[in-house]
Structures are given as structure tokens and as C-alpha cells.
Design a protein around this ligand. Sequence first.
Ligand code: ADP
Ligand code: MG
Length: 696
Amino acid sequence: MQEAEFSPMPSGPALTEPQKALLKLGLKRDIDLALHLPLRYEDETRITRLADAREGQTVQIEAVVTDNHIAFRPRRQLVVTVDDGSDACVLRFFSFYPSQQKALAVGARIRARGELKGGLLGWQMVHPVCRSAAGELPQALTPVYPTAAGLPQSYLRKAILAALGRADLSDTLPPPALGPLGLQPEWDLGRTLRFLHQPGPDTALATLEDRSHPAWQRLKAEELLAQQLSQIEAKRERDALRAPALAARRGGLHEQLLAALPFALTAAQRRVVEEIAADLGRAVPMHRLLQGDVGSGKTVVAALAAAVAIDAGWQCALMAPTEILAEQHFRKLIGWLEPLLAPRGLRVAWLTGSQRKKERAQMLAQVASGEAALVVGTHAVIQEQVQFQRLALAIIDEQHRFGVAQRLALRSKMAEAGHEPHLLMMSATPIPRTLAMSYYADLDVSTIDQLPPGRTPVVTKLISDSRRDEVVERIRAQLAQGRQVYWVCPLIEESEALDLTNATATHQALSQALPGVLVGLLHSRMPSPEKKAVMALFEGGQMAVLVSTTVIEVGVDVPNASLMVIEHAERFGLSQLHQLRGRVGRGAAASACVLLYSPGDNGRLGETARSRLKAMVETADGFEIARRDLEIRGPGEFLGARQSGAPLLRFADLVADAALLERVRELAPVMLDRHAELARKHVARWLGGRQDYLKA
Ligand code: ADP
Ligand code: MG
């Protein structure tokens, strides 16, 4: 066999089908192939006698073909009878090539592997894997790899074997690290990988399946270490950059803002403001995530940070993922800051996608001249034509809703000015601790863990969709008290059109059921001015009920709203539900959230849907919700911006391997200091070119 045939990185232009598939799977380098581990193993190392076999067992038999014919009833099939000396067995193939039929000619001695079925007609196997009985039995379990269309197992196996032979598998873990990580020195990386690709026949498969085998421990530790190292590196790289040091002046803008606020900050808000101010005061770019439950008051914290930057003579950019969110989230903030800016001859500029050309040009000029001290908008804020005069601070609301590309664009935009601005990201979806320690290890995190005083807890009720009428009664009761109501319709991902019909129908039904009440409708396809008009009516209190299609439209702050109805709640994610619920309970009135659910066709809710709804009823604590969400969905969904293209953990599990993660975390900085070269090699080996995503 020529090695070149399986070379994973061919130089010529013409890629074969399997080569293309390899690239698609991200298997470019030898080490990528070496780290592509089997899903499971098949035991072809032994032969089972039919007389000793049990029904339902997956076995390999060695037998001689005694009959071979094509049957046409009940459908066309190749029927091959074999005998292993202890018993006979019928092999059935519903699709087959002539060559297969020939290989199974009467008299041929073959090995067949498959699930044994018993029955009146004796033993049977359907579509067993057959090969000639020539040659020795394999010495190792046969790996079954995750693969893709156009990439047969046999090709992948050979490619991986060849790569294992070529790849540099020398250890990057310094020997003193092994003990603290609970690793066994004899399981070095080379042995670990060779073993996992071809475990010997005596291996206890259970220890591979539950990943408790020392080889698995080794791999998990290596993977977690690569992740930690690359993030510490990213952080250190950033620490070497220069940002404007923004000192918070006595009597400065932020103190004026504090004095003008209609409320006092909570202790938690004061704490995070201090953390942020300390960062801003350093000449190193801040990279901080501000997390706090819905309604915990992140906006005012952002305003205070902006005030510090503006007071120091710099510009601040504020971004939200959608226009409505930008408007809703920042209107208050602008209301607070604008009166303080005006006397200084400064203003607030808006940049959004739907802006008219003329208005936009005017705004761009203000941004470029520095007259606009605060620039607010959607990702239009970071588009190419936008030239800041002196950008010092960028604040991103709902950061997880931005994509990787947008965040990378932001970083490069910010770097244009010759210095790095500070970056403050805000999120209402708290990151569970294990995630914060792993995927976000390069971020500093500030947490508002306290709600402003006077909030009443929201009562959450699960109600079957068949009891809609009762919900309408509830709405009437709230309206009678002068309260307002949200009704959120589900996102039907396959079809925006369906979404709309659904919401429109609900809107009509509610309008009819509530005569004399202004019921509004908000959906994503409405033109911007219309959306704004609807929002204004609801915020002004003239509109009592707001029916809305998508979650995004509901980033509103209407303290008088006391009831949130979520239709088809079983279709929403847990943190989405939690965020939606956070739209009520903002005033002093007792508030409720009704989760309307429709059981599936079988009359039952799915397992995950049930655990989500259960979590909603049981807890209102954003951190607990996040923890359960992580349990239900795994980390992928959480990462939002980091999700696509980011190297997710393949081997380690954040929940099961939390203890290992802790130990790796302690070790990583030490390794970077004492064994910089090994650390660099380790990261390159594990992450290849992908570590950039982690910096986004
Ligand atoms: P979120 O963290 O979800 O962005 P907001 O910043 O929108 O929350 O704050 C929710 C509401 O609470 C707003 O009406 C805001 O003005 C108000 N608020 C914020 N901080 C306080 C506080 N310390 N005391 C009273 N109300 C506050
Ligand atoms: Mg907010």
C-alpha cells in the first residue's frame, strides 16, 4: 500500500471523493486524523460457534457456504446458507452486487459478522459483514469512526493508521504535571492514541464507553489543557496591547449621572461598576463580560461606563443585535446621558441598517468628527464606512446573539485607531461556572447577582393549550386592574410565513375576545416605523395587549405589564423562556407567566420539553436555569458567538469532568510560564488554526 494514497493533505488540485470528505470533517493534518477517535468498536478478534451463540447477540462466525440462491418472495434477496460445523445459519441480503454473490459461492469459507436472529427457520443474519476466511483474525478490536458521505470506514481506517504512523505524538505534558492531573505516566500520548484506535481484544469495553480508562483520562486532560492554554495566551496577548486609561474623575460625568438617577444602585451594581471602572483606569484593554439576570439593571451600569469614557474625552459605542433591541435597551440610557452631554456640545448618534442615506451620512460625520460621544445602534456601528475619531469603549448588549464574524469585525474595527478600545459585553444568560471556566477562561466576568428592590416574584403556571379560555379570563382580570399583557407566539423555524399566520390568528382571536381593548401585533416582517409605532403605544399604556411573534421583539421594559403568556412554550429554549418571563415582574404589581403548552400528536410532551417547563416552574434563579439548560442542551447552544467554528470539547465533558477541569486550570498558567515551548506545541497540535475563534 502506498502511503501517498492516504496522504490527508494532497498537493494536486484534483481531490478524490474521500479526500474531500476528510477535509470536510476537518481532518487535514496527520494529528487531526490521529485525534479522530472511534465512536465504538467491533470485536472481530474472535469466532463464536453457532451452537454457543445466543439470540440477539452480535457475533462473528466462520463457516462454509452450502447454498447460494436469489429468492423473489417476499422481495428480491440473496439467500446464502452457511454451516460452521456446529449449526447452520441463513444470511440474507436485500441489496447486493454480483461480486458479492460470487464471493459467497458454495464451498467458500467465510467470516460473517452480524446480529443473530433465531426463529422457526433456525439462525439468520440480515446484511452481515462478510469477508473471506483467509488470513489471521485481527489482533485488535475494529474501530468504527464517525464519518461522512463518500468516506468509507475502510478508507478512513487506513488513513488514520497511516497518519498514526507519521504523526509526531511526542509528549507535550511536562512529567511533573502528570501526578497533579491524576494521569498515569505509562499512558503517554502515543500509547494512548494507538490504544484507542486499536484496543487489544482483552480490553474492557465498558471503560472505553464510560471514558474512565486511563487513556481517556489522558486525552481529556490534554484537550482541556489546550483550551486553557490558548485562552490564557489570548488574554496575555491582549494584556500586551495598549488602551486609553480612562480615570473616573471626581465630580465627573458618571457622578453627575448617579446624582440624576431616580434610584440608588444596588450593592451588586455598585460592585460591578467598581470592577469595570478599575479596568477602564488601566492602559490595558478591558475584556469583560457583565452578566446579570433579566431586569437586574445592566443598562445603568453600561451608562456609567460610557460616562467615564466620555468624561475622559473619548467615544463610546453601544451595540445590540437588532434595531428594536437597540432602541429599547438604550432609550433609557440615552435619556439619562443626553442632558448631561448637551452642555458639553456632545451628542448621541444612531446607526442602523434601515436608516435613510442622508441621515446616515450626517451621523457618520458626527462620529468621524468626534461630536458624537456616544454611538448607538446595531452591527451597523462596526461597518466599514464608520470611522470613529476616538473610540475608547465598545459595549455589546446580548453579546451571545452576535455571530463570530461580527465579533471578529468588531475587534478589527476597534484596532484601526492604533490603540485597542475597552470591551464590555453584557448578557442576561448567565454562563454556568464550568463554562465560564472553560470556554470563557480568557474573559473577566462581573456578575449582578441581585435584583433592584421592590420586585415581586413572578408566579409561573403551566396550562394546557386546551384551557386557553381560562387564560383569556386571566387577561381580562389583569386588564380590569389597569395592567398590560404580553402574548408571545412561537418561533416556527421552518416557516416564517406559518409564524405569521399563527400570530395573526391569535391576534384576531384575542381582539374578538376582548372587545374595546386595543390589542397590538408585532412581528419581524413589519417595517421599522410600524414596529416603533406599536411599541410606543404599548409603552405609553394605550395598548393593553401585545401579541408578538419573535422573542427579539420583546426586549422591552414596561413595568405596568403584569402577565406574560407564552404560546407553545414547549418549543422555546429554557433561557429564552426565562428571558421572556423577565419582561414581567418589573413593577411592584404581582405578576404571572403562563406557559401554554400543546402535547404532541401522541398526547404527550417530549422529555426535554418537559424538563424545560418543569425547570421554569421550579426556579426563577437565572443561574439555576442556566445550569439546567447546560444539562439539557450541552454547551454548544450556550456559546452563541463562540459556537460555530469554535473548537468545542470533543472528549472532555464539562459536567462529568469538572474536577479535572479545575486541576487543569491551576496547571495551565504554570505550564505557560515554565514550559512555554511545550505549551505552544500543545496548543498547535490540538487546535491547529482554530484558536482565533476563541478570541472573538
Ligand atoms: P437588564 O439587566 O435586563 O438590562 P435593565 O437595565 O433594563 O435590566 O433594568 C431593568 C429595570 O430596572 C429598568 O427599568 C431600570 O431602570 C431599573 N433599575 C435598574 N437599576 C435599578 C435600581 N438600582 N433600583 C431600581 N430600579 C432599577
Ligand atoms: Mg438589558
